[in-house]
Design a protein around this ligand. Sequence first.
Ligand code: GLA
Length: 373
Amino acid sequence: MNGKEYAYKVTAAGRVNIIGEHIDYCGGKVFPAALSLCNTVYVRPNGTNEIRLSWTTLNESVALDIRDLEQYRSLRYGNYQAGSALAWLQAGHKLVGCDMLQDCTVPFGSGLSSSAAIEVSTIAALAAVAGEKIDPVEIALLAQKAEHEFAGVNCGIMDQYASACGRKNHAMLLDCKTLACEYVPVEMGAYSFVIINCNKPHNLVESRYNERRAETDEALALLMPHTGITCLAELTAAQLEKHAHLLHGKVYDRVKHVVEECARVTAAEKAMKTGDMTKLGEILNASHASLRDLYEVTGAELDALAHAAQSHPACAGSRMTGGGFGGCTISVVRTDAVEDFEKYVCEKYAAATGYRASCYDAAVGDGITVEKL
Ligand code: GLA
């Protein structure tokens, strides 16, 4: 492929979430980082009313009529791009016909937000080719709209925000209620993050995700009149206990996870800022246990993978990352032992589940990048 035939090369990142799981849509603070794994879009105007899509990894090409993008909601390839273009157009922006070559290095279904990377980079590419300003926060919000409407996932803002606004070597402490974001240097001393995919082919992820979101919405509606909270992340542990009788079994557990996970984010922020990796690891372990027992979004494979990681002597802690029901773990591991750790975890995990895990070599990268070719 000769990139020079195109006008712009635009990238947006996949992300890993260090901690703050399933609380973005509750208005909580989350702590993700953008990854060097990304989606790249090569784009040029084509003077037509079509967005012509092709992929480096697929023998397919798809033409989207920009005057009727609604029709592509259930397209097998290209629905994310169609939804992204429609969100861009509906926000009042100029949409021009263009050729787009897409190249994704974020593994699909890994829980590392390949979909956000695709949506965000597509919108940024449309902005570039139309000569419009790139506003990463606006692009993140439009990408989230595309995910809701074309992918059917009622997601929070974390993935799209990290994908658009990430910064090399920095994690992001993102307040999902106000969208205020503090960049925190990822300085881990003798430790590194290791990301491993359990490679479980996951299904029904969308509906199970949406079910959790509905449970937290229900809890908020029940608790609001008694507490004055405006989002679940504002609920204190004392308020939860006082009003526990309003919430039936599972819903109580979900809310307990939200309240405690919010506290863990604050503790993790402190651990990162003071370089206390032992503490950070402990907090990750506690998060995994809560996602397994209270929020119930892990599953046998992620549990086996986290368990294998946690049992290695050079691992300070490990947990699932992202939406769950499959995908990846993130572990805090002594850098000098990473190779041994990966080998040990993969063997132990395969013995427990029969699946082969994959380890990723990813650094903390930038959000949107735009290069004129
Ligand atoms: C998915 C969603 C995010 C977030 C995570 C869980 O990745 O897209 O908005 O809710 O799950 O933390």
